[in-house]
Design a protein around this ligand. Structure first.
Ligand SMILES: [Zn+2]
Length: 910
């Protein structure tokens, strides 16, 4: 059947709403919406040498981006029709946003608009180079579009920026929106002369246009400038970006990479205070990566652009990384943990310039490759450039627990995720890609050897520079340099979901010598998985001062591995099977070890080891093997001895979860004075400001007694100071949020809540202040307030995504679960819409908040009923729900085991 006839027929069938089967069988890839894998494959095979020339106009306040596009592509003789991706909002006719289509200079009247594509018939094309031109327009809005406008209320300035990842470039202009059709982008922007415009390359101002033969204007409109950006090296569509507005440009004169930091005018003074360290890390990390990858910085310049309320921490556009403004310009006095988090983001985006931008995944199923490498390499840079941090300890604290949090659930996925259509690519983002993948790379480096690993990475970068590659290409490189077969290794870690549970057991004779020693690996999900892994085993000595034994052990897979090297060694005080954290899995202590560690944690001098043991103990709490109040007791005793606020923050975050979620009301009331006392002591008297601030934050979140709330009010009113901490706007709103979350719904409480909010707003009515106020207001324990917020989430089209994201946590304050439970079902029902319309991490945050705010059997059955009732729910959403529901089920289980009993006597021995 000729394609055209087929298309007309299938369109007609679609309009009749019938014949799905026939259509399903015969459907051509371009007739599917989104970017189907098959279409992408075909285009990558038959199209090459792609170039985009974009000429766009950004008028102040305009609701549309207007532009002219010229796409050049070389087509082979089998290329068929040319298929561009072009996605418009559901209620808009895609034809209405495109006009004046030409192919090779001739008008095209018969372009077809089929399911988010523009199809240029082959009759207009030839084998070899072709060009297609058209005018287009696409939305600019505060929320929900790829081109976003941010209005700064402080000085009435506006900033416009793009965010195309994973496949939203095709909502801004027609293109081939897939990572493996890399193209050269040329860009001209018409924008107000008082603005700055930044994109992937350097720009110059074009005073006038000398060729007016086509009726084109000779000069830009009055008050506007033409800025021309030099053509890029080959980039994927998601790596292309621009931002425009009255930015202040701060140059790093010391950088050989031509770096400027762009910041909105109203934050320029604030930014100058952070410049020295941000620029130092930026310069030195790029140099470090050049050395590690043995490849010079791959783009002609490198700018950092701070975007207010940016949807992610950062986005690595080639040569122009966008960073969330609040992640760089701390809204509160920073702790060492905050500084480490900022460094991780900056170094992660910088590493992406090689791993991601220079060498790009072929398809988003390999998203993990670039994300895993970016984080792993970020910590290699931390190790080299920030010696005051123990890089791999921080890596553990910030990475592993989050990976395990997801990977132990029924909602987990392999790090390699099948993505049949890029419309589902957003679901690939989460802990598995961001936290498990770098953990696997750390294991890979240990498994293969540091030198072999680095040589393979260099080989991979060299062979695929400015092109695309898959994980198999990397595994082949590993095999070449290590001379080992890695099929089984790669299949277990890349293609299989889940993680191992690793436990040790041993026996000793009467003389106290080890006669039997085994490490057993089991699939934590019980799905029969086995993971080849190399770990360091620690046998801690019973005698104080004696040297600990470490043994390197390779676990072949499932079942028990005996460790003959341990035989004959003296009885250990405790054993930990993941010393120095090369392994990946749940490494629980057995009873003997756990009892010892709980008693003697403070005497373990090695920081990194202590961090791993804290984490292991926390996993025991999550497994309902260690009582949450025992964990809190331990923290009250030991946390004040910690000297590193990254670690202290890690411990106290778990104390908060144990206290707010796992304890019954009665247990909380009983424990409150002691916990508050210890935290107060820390926030007033700990050695460094970073430690005091860390204690203060935990105090604020857990304060329940009248006395503690009075102390918070005093801090809010500047009657009391946390020594060394400046109370900033963000801190005021955080106190207000914490205080009003504990109020009831009576009239007096309502007034009190209003007063608190007014007080904070009076001191900061900026845009940030208004967002904080909105978020804090969601914490009101009042049914009518919850209803108002929830209605806005679903219906208020002008409500910025960042405002919703800031508020759904406070909305779901754990102690208000009775008030928020009625919204759980609706929140789940909303998921398909949210997946379609919101940015990448929104759905994860939404589920974490709405399910995470609950801890009882009714909530658990709301979730399981929804899953049972909605069999047609997308698989990725189903998995995300299962992931979030794991925390809820654990909470129910832990409370059932430990919260019901009041006396210690009734509790099973730990
Ligand atoms: Zn990344």
């Amino acid at each position: 059947m000729p394609l055209r006839v087929f298309l007309i027929l299938s369109l007609a069938m679609l309009m009749c709403g019938a014949a799905h089967n026939v259509e399903g069988q015969m459907r051509k890839p371009e007739t599917e919406p989104g970017v189907p894998r098959e279409l992408a494959r075909r285009r990558a095979e038959h199209y090459s040498d792609v170039r985009y020339a974009l000429d766009v106009t950004i008028e102040p306040g305009a609701k549309m981006l207007k532009g002219r596009l010229k796409v050049t592509a070389s087509l082979d003789s089998d290329a068929g029709d040319l298929v561009l991706d072009w996605r418009v909002p559901k209620d808009v006719d895609p034809r209405s946003r495109v006009s004046d289509i030409k192919a090779n200079g001739k008008k095209v009247d018969d372009a077809r608009f089929v399911n988010e594509h523009i199809v240029i018939p082959r009759a207009h094309l030839k084998t070899g180079a072709n060009n297609v031109e058209m005018s287009f327009e696409s939305p600019i809005s505060a929320s929900g579009s790829a081109v976003t406008r941010y209005l700064d209320r402080e000085d009435k300035s506006e900033y416009v920026y793009t965010l195309f990842v994973p496949s939203d470039a095709s909502t801004a202009f027609p293109c081939f929106d897939q990572p493996d059709l890399k193209a050269r982008f040329a860009l001209r922007v018409t924008a107000p002369e008082t603005w700055r415009v930044v994109s992937n390359t350097d720009s110059f101002i074009q005073p006038e246009f000398d060729d007016t033969s086509g009726g084109l204007p000779k000069s830009p409109p009055k008050g506007m400038l033409w800025r021309v950006f030099k053509e890029t090296v080959p980039l994927s569509t998601y790596q292309f970006a621009f931002a425009a507005g009255p930015f202040e440009e701060l140059k790093d004169d010391a950088s050989p990479y031509k770096t400027s930091l762009f910041v909105r005018k109203s934050k320029a003074e604030r930014a100058k205070k952070e410049l020295a360290e941000v620029f130092r890390l930026n310069r030195e990390s790029l140099k470090f990566f050049e050395g590690y990858f043995a490849h010079k910085f791959p783009f002609p310049k490198y700018d950092l652009i701070l975007i207010p309320e940016f949807a992610y921490n950062g986005m690595e556009h080639a040569g122009a990384t966008f960073l969330r403004e609040e992640g760089v310009l701390f809204p509160s006095d920073p702790t060492a943990g905050d500084i480490a988090a900022r460094a991780e983001t900056l170094l992660h985006e910088n590493a992406h310039q090689w791993f991601g931008n220079l060498v790009t995944m072929r398809w988003f199923d390999d998203l993990w490759l670039k994300e895993g490498f970016a984080t792993f390499m970020a910590y290699k840079a931390v190790e080299a450039l920030m010696p005051e941090y123990n890089a791999w300890k921080v890596f553990h604290l910030r990475t592993k627990p989050l990976a395990y949090l997801t990977d132990v659930t029924k909602g987990t996925t392999p790090i390699f995720q099948e993505i049949p259509n890029l419309s589902a690519a957003k679901s690939a983002y989460g802990n598995i890609v961001y936290r498990k993948a770098p953990s696997i790379l750390r294991q890979a480096e240990f498994y293969l050897g540091e030198r072999e690993f680095q040589r393979a990475v260099r080989l991979f970068v060299k062979e695929h520079a400015y092109a695309n590659a898959t994980w198999e290409d990397l595994v082949r490189a590993f095999e070449r340099t290590s001379r080992r077969k890695l099929d089984a290794w790669a299949a277990a870690w890349v293609k299989r979901r889940g993680m191992p549970d690793v436990r040790v057991s041993w026996g000793v004779n009467r003389r106290g010598e080890i006669i039997r020693f085994e490490i057993e690996q089991r699939d934590a999900l019980g799905e029969g998985g086995a993971w080849p892994m190399k770990v360091k085993l620690l046998l801690a000595p019973t005698a104080p001062g004696a040297r600990p034994e470490t043994l390197t052990v390779t676990l072949g897979g499932a079942g028990a591995t005996s460790v003959p090297e341990a035989i004959g060694k003296p009885r250990p005080a405790y054993v930990f099977a993941n010393f120095e954290d090369y392994g990946y899995g749940r490494f629980l202590l057995n009873n003997t070890s756990r009892n010892y560690v709980v008693r003697r944690l403070g005497s373990i001098k090695d920081d990194f080891l202590r961090a791993l043991l804290w984490d292991s103990l926390w996993e025991s709490v999550r497994e309902a093997e260690l009582a949450p109040d025992d964990f809190i007791d331990l923290a009250v005793r030991e946390a004040p001895k910690e000297r590193d606020d990254v670690m202290l923050g890690f411990i106290l975050a778990r104390v908060q979860t144990a206290y707010l979620r796992y304890l019954s009301d009665a247990q909380q009331t009983a424990l409150a004075p002691r916990l508050e006392g210890a935290l107060y002591e820390g926030m007033m008297r700990a050695e460094t400001a970073g430690l005091r601030i860390t204690f203060y934050r935990a105090y604020r979140e857990t304060a329940t007694t009248v006395e503690a709330r009075k102390i918070l009010s005093d801090i809010l009113a500047d009657k009391l100071q946390v020594p060394g901490m400046t109370l900033r706007s963000r801190d005021r709103f955080d106190i207000v949020r914490a205080l009003i979350a504990r109020l009831g719904d009576g009239e007096a409480d309502e007034k009190l809540a209003d007063d608190f909010l007014k007080f904070a707003v009076k001191q900061d009515s900026s845009d940030d202040g208004r967002r904080y106020a909105y978020a804090a207001g969601a914490a009101r324990g009042d049914a009518s307030v919850k209803k108002r917020y929830f209605d806005q989430y679903l219906r208020d089209k002008d409500l910025a995504e960042s405002w919703i994201e800031a508020s759904f946590g406070p909305f779901n304050t754990p102690r208000q679960s009775a008030l928020t439970l009625p919204y759980l079902g609706d929140a789940l029902a909303e998921l398909p819409t949210l997946k379609r319309t919101r940015k990448i991490f929104f759905v994860n945050g939404w589920l974490a908040a709405f399910i995470g705010g609950q801890c009882d059997a009714r909530a658990a059955s709301t979730v399981s009923d929804f899953l049972a009732r909605t069999p047609a729910l997308d698989r990725d959403l189903r998995l995300k729900i299962l992931e979030a529901a794991d925390g809820l089920e654990r909470c129910v289980r832990i409370r059932a085991r430990y919260a019901a009993e009041s006396s210690d006597a009734a509790r099973p021995a730990p």
